[in-house]
Ligand binder design. Structure first.
Ligand SMILES: C[S@@+](CC[C@H](N)C(=O)[O-])C[C@H]1O[C@@H](n2cnc3c(N)ncnc32)[C@H](O)[C@@H]1O
Length: 224
């Protein structure tokens, strides 16, 4: 497998990581020791920088797990409402408990279900709402073979100047070098992720930045 980052370089960069606060540091430690999926520290740094510049008010996340990134959004953007979606009952109880424990239960709108279905539900709510409830920041971190569908559905619910950040776009380097047993196991994700990158980079109305930090990020801005 091709390492997206030299492990020593990754450790060096990680050693400079500053958690948002002690609570986030504790949550990262417990997620990492329990093998719960969560954003890598480099991904967190990029998200924090973008959030600080953009100051979004309505954030949408696909893929909650135990709620680390949703809590990060809530803590970094005290004026924002965060909507986050997950379908896995093994994750959702923990996430809900974490949102309560870290006192963000009321600002995080936690939707349980298939992302695609919940996006349809949100779209209906937004179009029938009297105020502007569109999202100005979206983080896609769910089923890797569905990014195009997710982006297309999110786009209809975004403001003209929204940011969409997609995680894991390099799939541990398999997108570049897809030899070996593990890569073969993920060949469907690899195929769809390649198609997704071709799709976003081929669209004239999107500004797309591909970053190699973490497991690879695509930062998309609409040029409407
Ligand atoms: C990488 S984890 C998310 C980590 C989280 N963003 C964090 O950093 O704390 C991906 C999550 O997406 C959820 N997921 C994957 N595909 C999904 C789908 N189609 N609909 C809803 N949730 C999905 C999984 O259950 C899993 O909890």
């Amino acid at each position: 497998m091709l390492e997206v980052r030299d492990p020593e370089l990754k450790d060096f960069i990680d050693s400079w990581h500053k958690p948002v606060d002690d609570e986030m540091a504790a949550l990262r430690r417990s997620d990492e020791s329990d093998g719960v999926p969560l954003i890598l520290t480099e991904t967190e740094s990029v998200l924090r920088l973008l959030l600080d510049m953009k100051k979004p008010l309505r954030i949408l996340e696909l893929g909650t797990a135990h709620g680390y990134s949703a809590l990060l959004f809530a803590k970094c953007c005290p004026d924002a409402v965060v909507t986050t979606i997950d379908r896995n009952p093994g994750m959702t109880d923990y996430a809900r408990a974490n949102f309560e424990k870290y006192r963000e239960g009321t600002r995080i709108d936690f939707r349980i279900g298939e992302a695609s279905d919940v996006l349809d539900e949100l779209s209906r709510e937004i179009s029938s709402s009297s105020g502007d409830r569109r999202f100005d920041f979206v983080f896609i971190d769910a089923e890797k073979s569905h990014y195009r569908e997710f982006l297309d559905k999110c786009e209809t619910m975004c403001t003209d100047d929204a940011f969409v950040v997609c995680d894991n776009i390099l799939l541990k380097g398999w997108l570049i070098e897809c030899e070996g047993k593990e890569a073969r196991r993920h060949r469907t994700n690899i195929k769809y992720m390649r198609q997704f990158l071709e799709y976003i980079s081929g669209r004239e109305d999107l500004d797309v930045t591909i970053l190699s930090g973490g497991d690879g990020l695509a930062v998309i801005r609409f040029r409407k």
